[in-house]
Design a protein around this ligand. Structure first.
Ligand code: PLP
Length: 374
C-alpha cells in the first residue's frame, strides 16, 4: 500500500461494541480482569498501554516502515528517551544545525549524567567519520535541518555508521514519512515531534520514536516510556491519529506552496539568500532529490539589511502568523534568533517560514507588499 492508503487504513479501528467507523476515545486509566484473572485485551493501566495510543503507535510504525513505534507526550520526551538509553561516558554526535532543543538537552541535562557530545556538520559525511570516537554510540541526524535546511545523505551516513558500530537516529519531523523514510535508507531510529506535521493543526503536543528492529534498544526505550510515563493522553493520541489521515495531501500541497514561495523570494532583490532544498542553487538540492519525494513545506530566508529589515518584513506581513512552531495548516513566520535567545547560532537576518495551506498566490502577494521599500 502507498502512504495515502496506509494513513487512512492504519488509523481505522475495529470497534466491537458499536461498530463506529471513527475510533472511540478510551479515557479509562484502568482495565478489568476476567474471572480467570486474565486481561482479556492485554490492557492493564494507561501508562503502560492504551487503545488510542496503541493505534497511533501502530500507524506510525507502518508509515515509517519500522518494526515498532513508541508515542510520547512531546518530541523532547522522545529525544530524551534515546539519550536515557545510553550509559555515562557515551558520546553523541549532533548536527551543528539542528532543532535548538536537541543539543540543549545534551548540554543542560545529560552532561550531568556523563553523556558527551560534539556538534558536526552532518551534511558532510567525512566530518561525521572524523568525529566518531571509540565511545560514540549515536549519530543524531536532522534533515532538512533547522533552521538552515542543510541536507544529510541518509544512506551514506547510515552505512558509514553501521560499519563503525554506531546507531543513526534521524529526526524526521520536517520531512514526515510522506516525503522521506529514513529507516528504509538504513537508519536505526526515526524521531518525530508529532506536534508538527503529523498532528498538523497546531493544537496537540506529542512525540514518537520508530525503530527499524524490535531489539534491545527498542525494548529499553519502551521501558523508559512506560516506567517514566511521558506518554500522550488518549485524547492527544486520538488527535494525532486524526491528523495522520490527511498528512499526505497536506504535506504535498505545503511543499508545492513552499516551492513557489522559495522561487519568488530567491528572485527578490531585498532577499539575500533563500535556504530551500528545492532550489537547484541550494547545496542540498541533489541529495534531497534522491532521498525525498518533495523538498517539503519549510524554508528560511536571509533578509538584506540585517535583523532590523528581517523584523520589519515579519512585522508587515498580514497572512503569516508571527509565531514559533511549524507544520500546521496556517503559515507561520519566525525570527529564530529572537526565539532562541542570546546563545542562538541562527543568523540575525534569518526568518523561518512554515508554509501553510493558504493559496500560494495570496501568500506571495502578502510577501510582495511586505517587501516594498519603506
Ligand atoms: C518541534 C521540534 C522538536 C521538539 O518537539 P516538541 O514536540 O516541541 O517537544 C524536535 N525536533 C524538531 C525538528 C522540531 O521541529
Amino acid at each position: 500500500m502507498r502512504p495515502e492508503t496506509i494513513a487512512i487504513q492504519s488509523t481505522r479501528f475495529t470497534d466491537t461494541n458499536a461498530a463506529s467507523v471513527v475510533a472511540p476515545l478510551y479515557l479509562s486509566t484502568t482495565f478489568e480482569r476476567n474471572e480467570e484473572y486474565e486481561l482479556p485485551h492485554g490492557f492493564l493501566y494507561t501508562r503502560a498501554h492504551n487503545p488510542n495510543r496503541q493505534q497511533l503507535e501502530s500507524a506510525l510504525a507502518t508509515l515509517e516502515g519500522g518494526a515498532l513505534a513508541l508515542a510520547f507526550s512531546s518530541g523532547q520526551a522522545a529525544t530524551m528517551t534515546v539519550f536515557q538509553c545510553l550509559q555515562p561516558g557515551d558520546h553523541v554526535i549532533v548536527p551543528d544545525d539542528a532543532y535548538y532543543g536537541t543539543p540543549l538537552l545534551l548540554q543542560d541535562l545529560f552532561s550531568r549524567w556523563g553523556l558527551h557530545f560534539s556538534r558536526v556538520d552532518t551534511s558532510q559525511a567525512e566530518a561525521i567519520s572524523q568525529a566518531i570516537r571509540p565511545e560514540t554510540k549515536v549519530v543524531w541526524l536532522e534533515t532538512p535541518s533547522n533552521p538552515l535546511l542543510k541536507v544529510a545523505d541518509l544512506e551514506v551516513v547510515a552505512r558509514l555508521c553501521r560499519e563503525r558500530g554506531v546507531l543513526t537516529v534521524c529526526d524526521n519531523t520536517w520531512a514526515t514519512p510522506i516525503l522521506q523514510r529514513p529507516l528504509l535508507l538504513g537508519c536505526d531510529v526515526v524521531m518525530h515531534s508529532t506536534t508538527k506535521y503529523l498532528g498538523g493543526h497546531s493544537d496537540v503536543l506529542g512525540g514518537a520514536l520508530v525503530f527499524r528492529e524490535d531489539g534491545p534498544l527498542a525494548q529499553r526505550a519502551r521501558m523508559v516510556q512506560t516506567l517514566g510515563g511521558a506518554v500522550p493522553s488518549p485524547f492527544d493520541s486520538w488527535m494525532i491519529s486524526r491528523g495522520i489521515k490527511t498528512l499526505a495531501v497536506r504535506v504535498r500541497q505545503q511543499s508545492a506552496n513552499a516551492q513557489q514561495l522559495a522561487e519568488f523570494l530567491a528572485a527578490h532583490p531585498a532577499i539575500e539568500r533563500v535556504h530551500y532544498p528545492g532550489l537547484p542553487s541550494d547545496p542540498g538540492y541533489a541529495v534531497a532529490r534522491r532521498q525525498m519525494e518533495l523538498p517539503g513545506g519549510m524554508l528560511s530566508v536571509r533578509v538584506a539589511g540585517g535583523a532590523v529589515e528581517a523584523l520589519r518584513l515579519a512585522g508587515r506581513l498580514r497572512l503569516f502568523a508571527r509565531a514559533t512552531s511549524l507544520g500546521g495548516v496556517e503559515s507561520l513566520i519566525e525570527h529564530r534568533a529572537s526565539a532562541e535567545g542570546p546563545t542562538s547560532q541562527s543568523p540575525p537576518n534569518l526568518l523561518r517560514v512554515s508554509v501553510g495551506l493558504e493559496h500560494a498566490e495570496d501568500l506571495i502577494a502578502d510577501l510582495a507588499q511586505a517587501l516594498e521599500p519603506a
